[in-house]
Design a binder for this molecule. Structure first.
Ligand code: NAD
Length: 316
């Protein structure tokens, strides 16, 4: 595997950490982002920057002519609620934008494409927890459908385009640079609310669970997926990996953990459960352990401390 990578969404939360990890490993890194949500200051020093929309001919051309070994795809419409109110917009970015870049990858002889999918949405409401890659798929939001469609396009166009595809099915990622206004960022929301002395809103009774994985562990998983041999196979699960911790944390446990890490007390307000919200979610990571030789290293509390420190620095 060569050493030139294009990271889309590299001005955003996860993509900026991924770009940083490639740079630290000695890769030549280009970030492509339209800055619709990301910030230029998130792009790590040492990376080149192309400002473009992934749906544009310019973005496809950048992929096709850049002589990249790896295309790492993190640019996306990430908000489930936006996908519900505007499914066409979600589809335009997450399906058409993705296909546009995959066409560029085929034309540009890219060797491997790594795609940020979501283990929190492609399985729908799973019967078995922690959920393995081969579990039935059943997305219940347009965002879930666009992520799952993306995996099918990746599989089909990798075969037609002659590159390898790898789908990374993340659980709930948390860490520095996560926008507290993003609906996925409950950890960031809780930290920022407590720093402002505000109460925390818990939807429903707070016993619903999620699997929180630290962003630097996610970046390490991307490095492993860039370096290791990844079996391809005919179905989307063959080259997909859950990237998570396989541990469930309830919202109430999260409240306690955040308050303890900040050495403060949290006032909790309960609000009505949100319709369509999954009750439990956690992913089996045996495959990532055996094939990618990856497993999460960060303790939840240490990740929380990094996030709190980052918020405090941002406030100065
Ligand atoms: N955050 C999570 O917990 C989580 C979980 C599962 C999957 N994911 C996936 O990981 C990826 C990154 O998510 P994130 O949380 O870092 O989000 P983010 O919003 O911080 O980053 C997304 C980046 O993509 C850019 N972008 C959006 N639309 C674009 C377009 N049309 N053209 C060019 N750039 C565009 C934004 O400006 C932003 O910098 C997404 O694909 C998301 O679906 C995230």
């Amino acid at each position: 595997m060569g050493r030139r990578v294009l990271v889309t969404g590299g001005a955003g939360f996860i993509g900026s950490h991924v770009a940083e990890a490639y740079l630290a490993d000695g890769w030549e890194v280009t970030v492509l982002d339209d800055l619709s949500r990301g910030k230029e200051q998130n792009i790590p020093a040492g990376a080149s920057f192309v400002r473009a929309d992934i749906r544009s001919p310019e973005a496809r051309e950048a992929v096709a002519t850049g002589k990249y070994d790896v295309l790492n795809l993190h640019a996306a419409q990430i908000d489930v609620r936006v996908s519900v109110t505007n499914p066409a917009l979600d589809c335009a970015t997450n399906v058409l934008g993705l296909v546009n870049l995959l066409e560029g990858a085929g034309a540009g002889n890219v060797k491997r494409v790594i795609f940020a999918s979501s283990g929190g949405v492609v399985y729908g409401d799973p019967e078995v927890i922690p959920t393995a890659e081969t579990a039935p798929k059943g997305p219940i939001s347009p965002y879930g459908v666009s992520k799952l469609s993306g995996e099918y396009y990746l599989k089909t166009l990798s075969i037609l385009g002659g590159f390898q595809g790898v789908a990374m099915r993340y659980s709930n990622v948390f860490g520095p640079r996560q926008d507290p206004k993003s609906e996925a960022g409950v950890v960031s929301i809780f930290v920022s609310r407590l720093l402002e002395g505000q109460p925390l809103t818990v939807f429903g009774d707070g016993t619903q669970t999620r699997d929180y994985v630290y962003v630097k562990d996610v970046a390490r998983a991307n490095m492993a997926a860039s370096a290791m041999d990844v079996p391809q196979g005919d179905d989307i699960d063959a080259s997909a990996f859950n990237i998570a911790t396989a541990r469930e944390t309830s919202v109430l446990e999260l409240v306690d953990a955040v308050a303890a890490a900040m050495e403060t007390r949290a006032d909790v307000e309960h609000a009505a459960a949100r319709p369509g919200e999954l009750f439990r979610s956690s992913l089996n990571i045996d495959k990532a352990k055996s094939v990618l030789q990856w497993e999460p290293q960060a303790q939840f509390g240490d990740g929380l401390k990094d996030l709190i420190t980052w918020f405090q620095q941002e406030a100065q």
